[in-house]
Design a protein around this ligand. Structure first.
Ligand SMILES: [Zn+2]
Length: 214
């Protein structure tokens, strides 16, 4: 498993999102191990084996942060019994409300097994050394995490030029504003929700933003 600074990168299997494990055990905090996104929920064994490589188990995850409410990012929340669940405020409402008009599952048959939310995140909140950035556009309440070096971008922005689709709870105007916001950061590593994570992140962000305006 690749480690960038204090973040372990777990590549998504099949329809899973990528998942990122922030090792916060050096800091004095209630949350030693923080998992950002959890895939669709069918990859428990895979998570288990990935975590065991670094001497951890599913029970060791203290906090799950969901970048947004889509099933391929929240579906595995139930796999981590000791984890509190944190997500952006608006997407938290969608996750908790089975009648939500914002589609949590764009595959209609997909059932989400865990829908509770403990912490609703907003702009400027801290997750370990990361700052929460509200980056709506792909969904109404999507967030990214930035620690001055690493940007965990969910499905807002991808490497090699690409932004998240806006037809499943998103909005083009919001996406524009979020891209403006991200393009002002000085980022070393881009860790997106799908596809490869990369160094030289500013170049990749530029590519995505340029492609969007093209
Ligand atoms: Zn998504």
């Amino acid at each position: 498993m690749e480690k960038i600074n204090n973040v372990y990168c777990i590549a998504g299997m099949m329809a899973d999102s990528n998942c990122y494990l922030i090792d916060n055990s050096e800091n004095d905090s209630d949350f030693d191990y923080i998992l950002v996104d959890t895939g669709v929920g069918g990859s428990g064994d895979y998570f288990s084996s990935q975590l065991s490589e670094i001497g951890l188990s599913m029970e060791d995850i203290d906090l799950v942060v969901n970048t947004h409410c889509h099933y391929d990012h929240v579906g595995g929340n139930y796999l981590f019994p000791n984890a509190k669940i944190a997500i952006g405020t608006i997407d938290g409402d969608s996750l908790e409300d089975p009648e939500s008009p914002i589609p949590i599952c764009f595959v209609p048959t997909r059932e989400i097994k865990r829908r509770d939310v403990d912490i609703r995140l907003k702009e400027g909140d801290r997750i370990a050394d990361f700052e929460v950035l509200e980056t709506p556009g792909h969904t109404a309440g999507g967030i990214s995490l930035f620690d001055g070096s690493i940007l965990i971008s969910g499905d807002t922005i991808f490497s090699h030029g690409g932004v998240g689709r806006m037809d499943i709870g998103g909005n083009m105007e919001d996406m524009k504003n979020s891209l403006d916001k991200l393009s002002k950061l000085d980022v070393e590593y881009l860790l997106p929700g799908h596809g490869p994570w990369v160094s030289n992140a500013n170049e990749h962000i530029k590519m995505s933003v340029g492609g969007f305006y093209f």
